[in-house]
Ligand binder design. Structure first.
Ligand code: GLA
Length: 721
């Protein structure tokens, strides 16, 4: 619901309120964001105080209490006396770095805005507040989208050069959010390849703390999602705010505690190596950011974010649809396979209830190792005689669908493509930085995308391809585009991301039923921007079940189970050398888009039985696993004896509790696990037995079995009587 009255703009979702106000000087002040409050002008909270060294804009005259440095801004601009984090940094034709934004007008639109060429949530209503910098001739449209039921407010910004001269955008954040308080914790989700998205929490201290990427993609190292919360906020209590960026390139999430103990959060494209030239008449649109607020802790925050992603971001036909259980040959074969080996893997997989066979890296060009072949998207007929036309029907005859791996953005020097078009790489002249022996293609260029897409389209059209794993396996470095003039190189990273989205959009157009899974050496590009195009993303190259507990735990704060690619792989694990039972590997992996990444012909008869039970269980309970509300019952980083989590169906009639124990220690304590999210008035059976009040299971708890050996697991399936 949007209310606009005399320069006061209030957005209500079901449980939250967001408000801003244009003041007497036309400065758009941020007055409130938090739990829902009755309609009123919340600017009564703003204090006007004369502060030393805080400058006063001309129109305030002698009123030394009016300073942009002190007041809560809705969209902060650099150069006019607000010395905190800027959202907007403009370079004017005369070289000055000043932007002075004043309220001009607004409009309310039914339905939610979309952003051309960029991912965006679907929502209910739109507010556009238009600011202008009259001297610069630049109009800044602040877009707000309301997702009422999910308690999500989205934001994006569109700049329009209405003047007669070219300006440069040095920074344009998607979001600026001022808090009139200084006592908040910041939680970021950080890590590295094979250990992504570990939560890191700490109180904001004076100065700036940030999570950012300058790797060209959102990265393994930091995620474009952060939480700000009360110091004592936990899973079930405390005020918390989540902010995500729907963007897959360089980003910066920065939180500043300023001198007067206020907090500002900015989130958007990273300003490093960004400079966008805006000629007269041109527009620039930022990616979308989304905010969510919960006054009941992180569980509710996650439920709302998960719901928004599932219902308002993922697109048809895969939003809400069951995902196939897949078998991927990568860990079983690496590059060393032929059609017979693949068909054999598929045969045993089909007999175990798996539904989709995925042929991973190595099927194209001269790809027998990672030294060659990227860029040559034609089937390697030495490995696969007769091409996909011959292979796919053999897989389908087993009752399975077929999918394959691609890495369209990359090229090896040892490839036909590179030999023909060495100038198509994204590489500064005279420099060469390889990673995994590969270079990045200049996806900002349409002719490059066209070439790759035409080749892929021919492959996708040669047989029935139901699924594609879109991978990218390096960070960008020494970036430079032959297609851009020297003073336009600051656009290259963003144009690359726009090019990536453009090609993903072509795939949606031409192959609307294809399921696309995102991947970047595991979870190096796990962000809401990618999820708009690829409804699931390979969570991590680390398939060790114990490490996955942590990776999936961290990921779950923002992203729902149905987006996390998770597979059972062989033991000892290829990344850690650890051996964990098939039972436990399955329990962990089924809390994602489930699959196996091994040669099922190599397993014992007992393991076969376990897999058969797992695939049957997953199929039966996929709706609960993928659509249920997710509760983190313990924190795997605390090294407690158990890690536990739970899914509860929206009607509370079903729940699944999963528990994994860590390394065994003699004399383990007897523990009870207090469940969450049940209906206190319902009675539940646990694994088909007994009659337990929901209130008892939640307040008194459920006794956990004593572990015997390392890394055991248990599942408790609850149904209301
Ligand atoms: C990346 C992916 C893996 C696999 C390999 C293939 O590392 O994350 O799952 O596809 O590439 O080269």
């Amino acid at each position: 619901m949007i209310h606009c009255e005399k320069g006061l703009f209030t957005l209500h979702t079901k449980h939250t309120t967001y408000q801003m106000k244009a003041d007497a000087h036309g400065v758009l002040l941020h007055t409130y964001y938090g739990p829902r409050v009755e309609d009123c002008d919340l600017s009564y909270r703003i204090r006007y105080v004369d502060r030393g060294f805080s400058p006063v804009p001309e129109e305030a005259g002698k009123d030394r209490t009016f300073s942009l440095d002190v007041l809560p801004q809705e969209y902060s601009a650099a150069g006019m006396g607000d010395f905190r984090l800027p959202a907007l940094d403009l370079e004017l034709p005369n070289g000055s770095r000043t932007a002075d934004l004043r309220f001009k007008s607004f409009r309310v639109e039914p339905g939610k805005y979309t952003l051309e060429g960029l991912p965006a949530f679907r929502g209910d209503e739109t507010l556009v507040v238009i600011l202008e910098d009259a001297a610069a001739g630049v109009e800044v449209e602040l877009y707000y989208g309301v997702l009422e039921d999910c308690d999500v407010i989205t934001r994006a910004v569109r700049l329009h050069n209405q003047g007669g001269q070219t300006v440069k955008i040095r920074q344009a954040a998607s979001l600026c959010l001022d808090f009139q308080r200084g006592d908040l914790d910041l939680i970021t989700f950080d890590g590295k390849h094979i250990q992504e998205r570990s939560p890191n929490r700490g109180p904001l201290l004076p100065g700036v703390r940030s999570a950012e990427s300058v790797r060209g993609s959102s990265s393994h190292q930091h995620n474009p999602f952060v939480i700000l919360c009360d110091h004592d906020a936990g899973e079930d209590h405390g005020l918390c705010y989540g902010a995500m960026l729907l963007y897959s390139g360089n980003f910066q999430a920065a939180a500043e505690r300023s001198q007067f103990e206020n907090i500002r959060l900015t989130l958007g494209i990273h300003p490093w190596h960004f400079c966008w030239t805006l000629a007269p008449g041109e527009h620039f649109t930022t990616p979308e950011a989304a905010l969510c607020c919960s006054k009941q802790g992180f569980s509710l925050l996650s439920h709302q974010l998960h719901r928004a992603i599932r219902e308002r971001l993922l697109r048809d036909p895969w939003a809400g649809q069951p995902r196939p259980i897949l078998i991927n040959n990568w860990e079983a074969t690496m590059f060393d396979f032929d059609a017979e080996r693949l068909v054999n893997i598929a045969k045993s997989a089909a007999s175990l209830g798996m539904e989709l066979f995925v042929m991973d890296d190595g099927w194209f060009g001269k790809r027998s190792s990672d030294l060659a072949g990227l860029g040559d998207w034609a089937v390697n007929e030495e490995k696969l005689p007769g091409g996909l036309e011959a292979l796919v029907p053999r897989i389908q005859a087993l009752g399975m669908k077929f999918g394959l791996w691609i890495e369209p953005e990359m090229v090896n020097e040892d490839s036909e493509l590179y030999r023909a078009h060495p100038d198509w790489v994204l590489q500064a002249p005279g420099r060469m930085v390889r990673s995994r022996q590969q270079l990045a293609l200049d996806f900002s260029r349409k002719e490059v995308r066209n070439h790759i897409y035409d080749a892929l389209k021919a492959v996708f059209s040669s047989a029935e391809i139901s699924y594609v794993k879109w991978d990218v396996n390096r960070s960008l470095a020494a970036v430079w585009s032959a297609a851009l003039l020297p003073d336009r190189q600051g656009e290259v990273y963003h144009r690359y991301v726009l090019g990536l989205y453009d090609m993903l959009e072509w795939m949606h157009r031409d192959f609307p039923h294809m399921l696309i899974e995102g991947c970047s050496g595991g979870g190096g590009r796990f962000d809401a921007g990618m999820l708009y195009y690829t409804p699931q993303i390979w969570c991590s190259d680390n398939t060790d079940a114990m490490d996955r507990l942590r990776i999936q735990y961290g990921t779950s704060f923002c992203y729902p189970v149905c987006t996390m690619g998770a597979h059972v792989s062989a033991v000892p694990n290829a990344q850690t050398g650890r051996s964990v039972s098939m039972q436990t590997r399955g329990v962990v992996a089924m809390h994602g888009t489930f699959g196996y990444e091994m040669d099922p012909a190599q397993i014992t008869p007992e393991e076969r039985e376990i897999i058969l039970r797992q695939t049957a269980f997953f199929k039966e309970h996929q709706a609960l696993l993928h659509q249920g509300d997710y509760y983190r019952l313990s924190d795997p980083f605390q090294n407690g004896p158990y890690t536990a989590w739970e899914l509860v169906s929206p009607d509370q009639r079903e729940a699944l509790v999963s528990v994994v124990s860590g390394p065994i220690q003699g004399g383990p304590p007897c523990r009870s696990l207090r469940l969450k999210g049940l209906n206190p008035d319902f009675y539940y059976q646990v694994n088909g037995q007994g009659r337990y009040p929901g209130s008892a299971l939640m307040e008194a708890g459920w006794p956990l079995p004593l572990p015997w050996g390392d890394y055991q697991s248990w599942q408790f399936y609850l149904t209301a009587l």
